[in-house]
Design a protein around this ligand. Structure first.
Ligand code: NDP
Ligand code: ZN
Length: 175
């Protein structure tokens, strides 16, 4: 399978898996916009060309937010892409507060590829938190989210200066 073929299959797979999901913004945007936004940040804004990282970005929420398993991703996309997605997936059996704490703790131990996806995810979520925030989230909760995202990113710095600068730019808009 060549690179473009693999990337198209990742878009198609993610779109199918997230087809019935919406983001938390007022308009309830289609969920797939978010994984696509990550690839835009990685490739277009930061120049990341590793096709497995771009494919993993497209698939990054499939294990956490759909019934997709790591084994299924491994079968469809091979061990490298499946491994990156597994690394950036929370253990959904844990309580939310514990999951947040573990993201901060584990950020430093991620592979470089997973750190790139994690950085893009946090950039996109901060931008969304400013431009199209979750309906019903008050100011305090949005601020808390910015602070938590920064704690995660502070533990993986030294990975990609351009992406980290894009994160800092988004963070500077903290409400
Ligand atoms: P989350 O922190 O899980 O919600 C944020 C996540 O939602 C993002 O990381 C993103 O994840 C996704 N998302 C979807 N739509 C948007 C959007 N438009 N903008 C930004 N992000 C979006 O919230 P939970 O409701 O699960 O609560 C988790 C934590 O919040 C708890 O641990 C608790 O501490 C805290 N909390 C605070 C309250 C308060 O009033 N201060 C009240 C209740 C909880 P992804 O990229 O994976 O889609
Ligand atoms: Zn995400």
């Amino acid at each position: 399978m060549d690179d473009i073929h693999r990337l198209i299959r990742a878009i198609d797979f993610a779109a199918a898996k997230h087809r019935n999901q919406r983001r938390k913004d007022e308009e309830a945007s289609p969920y797939i916009n978010h994984p696509i936004a990550l690839t835009q940040v990685l490739k277009v804004e930061a120049g990341v060309s590793d096709i497995d990282v771009l494919a993993a970005a497209l698939l990054h929420d499939t294990i956490e937010d759909t019934e997709t398993t790591a084994e299924e991703l491994q079968r469809e996309f091979g061990p490298r892409i499946a491994g990156i997605v597994a690394e950036v997936s929370d253990d959904t059996s844990l309580p939310k507060v514990e999951r947040k704490r573990l993201q901060v703790e584990h950020a430093a131990t991620l592979s470089r590829e997973a750190k790139l996806v994690k950085l893009a995810d946090k950039i996109c979520n901060l931008r969304d938190m400013l431009d199209a925030p979750p309906a019903k989230w008050d100011l305090a909760r949005r601020k808390e989210y910015f602070e938590w995202a920064k704690e995660v990113v502070d533990n993986l710095r030294g990975t990609h200066p351009r992406l980290e600068a894009l994160f800092d730019l988004a963070y500077a808009g903290k409400p």
